[in-house]
Write a protein that binds this ligand. Structure first.
Ligand code: IPD
Ligand code: CA
Ligand code: CA
Length: 273
């Protein structure tokens, strides 16, 4: 199994690097191709599609028997989803469209529904994050570990806001404000994949978000777990990959963040911390 995982990891790496090279080529040259997919702000560009094309070509060549769930093309390949690749050819499209350097290719493998392989490639900074179940997590081939911050008031968190944020009060605004009071800060990078990679390498201590998809989080989940962190649902129950909600931390602050998420104070108490 380990040898098979290594082979899969190498194929995913080849695909992520190829997708990333396409993104770098398109950076700053996509203005005419930016289209809203449905909700305001939910963009797709020629770069998302071109990156996806080269990634899918690599999977078709090496692993034609595997199933694929890719953001722009949906479900492809084998109906038997024992091996399911969750692919985001450009995570951070809004950043990319503005030439804000926080975007990545994210490629994760679910085996029987469990994340087992993750590759996240940030082509702007040429940083490559890789992980496989039982084989550890690396950044640029060097082992990485989560931070050991154990107090919430000494921690730095990161989160994001889904594209339906204007349509629901469950839009993460209250959580964002709450944790901004309780921590040293909350960042919003605009790339869920990088958020998870940054938890894995200790640049932030925890990440939570709602409204995200399997292609946003599969690679990052195994990355954080293999780096020694913990990934669950908000209430600390086992994570459901299609639930849209994720809590990933260094482990030390996990219980505290989970409890705070489950017991948000009423808005009227803000400012009285
Ligand atoms: C988005 C990013 C963002 C997150 C959104 C995602 P996209 O992915 O990961 O950080 O807050 O919920 O949809 O659309 O840029 O691939
Ligand atoms: Ca995404
Ligand atoms: Ca995307």
């Amino acid at each position: 199994m380990k040898e098979q995982l290594k082979t899969f990891l190498d194929i995913a790496t080849e695909a992520a690097l190829a997708g990333g090279a396409v993104l770098q080529d398109y950076l700053g040259k996509i203005e005419d191709s930016i289209v809203e997919k449905g909700r305001p702000g939910d963009l797709v560009t020629a770069a998302d599609k071109a990156s996806e094309e080269v990634i899918l070509e690599i999977f078709n060549r090496h692993l034609p028997e595997h199933a694929i769930l890719s953001e722009e093309s949906g479900e492809l390949g084998n109906q038997n989803k024992k091996f399911l690749w969750a692919i985001d050819p450009l995570d951070g499209t809004t950043n990319f469209a503005h030439q804000y350097p926080a975007f990545a290719v994210s490629i994760g493998l679910l085996i029987d529904g469990i994340p087992q392989i993750g590759v996240i490639y940030d082509p702007f900074h040429n940083e490559l994050f890789r992980a496989a179940a039982g084989l550890g997590a690396t950044r640029d081939r060097h082992p990485i570990q989560v931070s050991n911050t154990s107090e919430l008031n000494k921690s730095l968190l990161v989160t994001g806001f889904a594209y339906d944020r204007r349509e629901t009060t469950d839009n993460n605004y209250a959580e964002f404000c709450h944790f901004t009071h309780l921590t040293q800060g909350v960042r919003r990078s605009g790339s869920a994949a990088l958020d998870l990679a940054y938890v894995a390498c200790g640049r932030v201590d925890g990440y939570w978000e709602r409204g995200i998809a399997p292609w946003d989080m599969t690679a990052g989940i195994i990355m954080v777990r293999e780096a020694g962190g913990r990934v669950t649902a908000y209430d600390d129950s086992p994570l459901e990959i299609y639930s849209g909600r994720i809590l990933a931390t260094n482990g030390c602050i996990h219980d505290t963040v989970s409890k705070e998420l489950m017991n948000l104070p009423p808005l009227s108490t803000w400012g009285q911390y």
